[in-house]
Design a protein around this ligand. Structure first.
Ligand SMILES: *[C@@H]1O[C@H](CO)[C@@H](O)[C@H](O)[C@H]1NC(C)=O
Ligand SMILES: *[C@@H]1O[C@H](CO)[C@@H](O)[C@H](O)[C@H]1NC(C)=O
Ligand SMILES: *[C@@H]1O[C@H](CO)[C@@H](O)[C@H](O)[C@H]1NC(C)=O
Ligand SMILES: *[C@@H]1O[C@H](CO)[C@@H](O)[C@H](O)[C@H]1NC(C)=O
Ligand SMILES: *[C@@H]1O[C@H](CO)[C@@H](O)[C@H](O)[C@H]1NC(C)=O
Ligand SMILES: *[C@@H]1O[C@H](CO)[C@@H](O)[C@H](O)[C@H]1NC(C)=O
Ligand SMILES: *[C@@H]1O[C@H](CO)[C@@H](O)[C@H](O)[C@H]1NC(C)=O
Ligand SMILES: *[C@@H]1O[C@H](CO)[C@@H](O)[C@H](O)[C@H]1NC(C)=O
Ligand SMILES: *[C@@H]1O[C@H](CO)[C@@H](O)[C@H](O)[C@H]1NC(C)=O
Ligand SMILES: *[C@@H]1O[C@H](CO)[C@@H](O)[C@H](O)[C@H]1NC(C)=O
Length: 545
């Protein structure tokens, strides 16, 4: 503990030293408008904002900045050019030189916005179902709140709309950008690299010095973008944070479809039924890690037999006052299908991992919105190119092969060969909630195992780690677990690893939705936090074992 604190102090003073080492005067902000740029690149605005004058979704700039805005026109082959029919829109925030920490960071699209009531086990169904498509997984806007957060830490920050506008993400029945292969390719694979190519040069121009280190920070679709960068642009970033990664996007949407189709009609489970399951599962497995804290530390060690929740013959599934008592056999079957995940009808192979024990109370999204918005649109517009495609007819054999052939090359970033990123000294950190309502929590673990298997003689821990979050949601807290901290101290850990070679043996999480001072220890998988002694709500009471 002591050691980690000392290093953190050392790290912060490094930032100060670096900033004060910039002796040359920075370029004037507005002069960035006058640069001669290669064809396709355009700076449309460059202006100074004093501190406390910009507000991005409630996050206000605490430092003065030069805000630069512009576009990149790109063609069918994604090459920038004045006549490129597609447009990427970007922003660059440059803190004033004495607030600059010498580092560049590109932020990817963060997670879909889901506002939910934070009372235990009671998401507000109405807002839960109201996920905006644009700037959720489909992006289309710049994540200015994420940019502002990094700006206030002293980073030069770039962000983009992922290569298409919010209008191109359409509505619940049509997403026009999915019909444009260049835009589809830019979305996850290339938009951050295109943006970084230009904005990092502008950063160098402004401070008259190349950034000392370059980072990428993104979660959800942004996490997929992070793996794409490590795979396709291994030289570009020194450190990558890729949270809750949807990097096997083509099969992630098949898991949405599987879960959605298995819970229609008699397999449907209301929020009350889902809460009932989670309560039973958590109370059976909470103690396994030695701390009774309303959480399953490692769901893989929980051997809960869900069949015991099935109604006895003649038993009503609810009591006379409406409380859930047991599950119907169709609900039990649906539950098992979701834990198992989709399987191919050709060879029984896993198509995507299943959801984990303890995540049930968040499944309403899987039952309703995710398959209609993501699976149906991607299958209809990108894969089968048929306006009338009926997802209920999806063939879990042949159609999976079609998805692999058409969608995977455009939207997946699942190479197990990250050796180029490893050999240039890159570091990658992933966080993943065990109770993520979107992603099967096991996927990042499986993918890391694939990467490890590809590296003979090298320990993948030399350059990448996954931090699983017990009771964690999608890129932050899960409303069903309001006592679980939702802010992960990943960027400091990543920068220490990149810049000083300090291995991230643990990460602190804080800020639970319940407003308490609870902190928890996140450990590099396969290690888990183990209670040692002291306050169960204080991260120092645990070690990683
Ligand atoms: C930018 O160029 C314009 C027109 O050439 C000129 O008037 C202006 O002074 C220049 N601005 C800066 C900051 O160099
Ligand atoms: C920033 O905007 C949010 C709404 O997005 C508002 O609630 C908040 O009061 C604003 N903060 C400041 C300092 O203007
Ligand atoms: C969705 O967008 C398509 C294409 O623009 C349009 O034809 C359709 O009417 C829209 N549907 C809804 C529900 O707004
Ligand atoms: C980035 O710039 C380099 C050098 O100009 C170029 O080769 C590469 O294609 C560019 N990449 C993207 C994604 O724009
Ligand atoms: C699970 O529980 C059911 C019902 O209680 C029981 O019939 C079954 O044998 C159990 N399965 C296992 C693997 O323990
Ligand atoms: C089950 O309980 C519900 C709610 O109390 C009631 O409406 C229904 O009639 C009961 N069904 C049976 C078969 O008892
Ligand atoms: C889609 O297919 C299912 C299963 O065959 C069928 O029940 C449903 O009516 C179809 N939906 C439409 C809109 O055709
Ligand atoms: C790693 O992956 C690459 C690309 O798929 C493959 O060519 C190579 O054989 C793999 N190496 C090992 C050791 O598995
Ligand atoms: C890989 O490195 C990690 C972190 O140092 C260590 O915990 C783990 O035991 C190593 N694994 C192997 C197989 O050496
Ligand atoms: C958290 O708050 C509780 C009660 O308010 C207090 O007893 C405890 O010492 C605090 N813990 C930490 C680590 O600050």
């Amino acid at each position: 503990m002591r050691l980690a604190l000392d290093l953190l102090i050392a790290f912060n003073s490094l930032a100060v030293a670096r900033a004060s080492s910039i002796s040359q005067p920075a370029s004037d902000c507005s002069s960035l408008l006058n640069l001669t740029l290669a064809p396709g690149y355009e700076v449309s605005n460059a202006a100074i904002f004093q501190s406390e004058t910009l507000n991005a979704s409630g996050i206000v700039n605490t430092v003065a900045l030069c805000r630069v805005e512009g576009t990149i026109h790109y063609g069918h082959d994604l090459a920038p050019g004045d006549d490129g029919p597609n447009t990427l829109t970007w922003n660059l925030y440059l803190p004033k030189p004495n607030d600059y920490n010498g580092r560049f960071i590109a932020v990817g699209k963060d997670h879909p916005t889901i506002s939910m009531d934070s009372s235990p086990l009671r998401p507000k169904a109405v807002s839960l179902l109201d996920i905006p498509l644009g700037n959720g997984g489909y992006a289309g806007e710049i994540d200015e709140a994420s940019m502002m957060t990094q700006l206030n830490l002293g980073y030069a920050v770039a962000g983009c709309d992922s290569g298409h506008s919010i209008a191109a993400t359409g509505n619940s029945t049509s997403a026009p950008f999915l019909k444009n292969n260049a835009e589809v390719k830019a979305w996850i694979h290339d938009s951050i690299a295109m943006t970084t190519n230009l904005t990092r040069d502008l950063t160098t121009e402004f401070y008259t010095e190349t950034p000392a280190f370059s980072y990428y920070y993104g979660c959800s679709t942004g996490g997929a973008q992070g793996y794409a960068l490590a795979q396709l642009y291994p030289e570009m970033f020194d450190g990558i944070f890729a949270g809750s990664p949807g990097n096997w996007y083509s099969h992630l949407i098949l898991s949405f479809l599987w879960n959605g189709l298995h819970t229609q009609r008699s397999g449907y489970m209301s929020q009350e039924v889902l809460d009932f399951i989670t309560t039973k599962v958590v109370s059976a497995c909470d103690h396994l890690d030695g701390a009774i804290d309303g959480l399953i530390e490692n769901p893989q060690l929980c051997k809960y037999n869900i069949t015991q929740l099935e109604c006895a013959s003649g038993q009503n599934s609810t009591t006379s006052d409406g409380a859930v008592e047991c599950l119907t056999s169709d609900q039990i079957s649906a539950t098992k299908a979701i834990y198992d995940g989709p399987k191919s009808t050709i060879d029984g192979e896993e198509i995507y991992p299943g959801m984990s024990l303890g995540s049930e109370s968040s499944w309403l999204l899987q039952e309703t919105t995710l398959y209609t918005t993501y699976s149906a649109l991607i299958l209809k517009e990108l894969v089968f190119d048929r306006s009338s495609y009926n997802v209920s007819k999806f063939d879990w054999g042949e159609d999976v092969l079609e998805v692999d052939q058409i969608a995977s090359p455009l939207i997946d970033a699942i190479s197990s060969d990250l050796s180029a990123f490893h050999s240039r000294g890159g570091k990658l950190i992933t966080t993943q909630g065990w109770a993520d309502p979107f992603n099967a929590a096991l996927w990042p673990i499986q993918h890391r195992n694939q990467i490890q298997a590809n590296m003979s003689g090298i320990n993948a821990s030399d350059f990448m780690e996954i931090f699983m979050v017990p009771g964690g949601g999608h890129c932050g807290s899960n409303p069903a677990y309001p006592h679980v901290p939702g802010t992960y101290d990943v960027l400091d850990a990543l920068a220490l690893w990149v810049e000083q070679g300090v291995y991230p043996a643990e990460i602190k999480s804080s800020d639970p939705p319940d407003g308490t001072n609870t902190t928890r220890k996140l450990c590099p998988w396969p290690k888990n936090a183990r209670y040692v002694a002291g306050d169960v709500d204080d991260w120092v009471s645990y070690d990683c074992a």
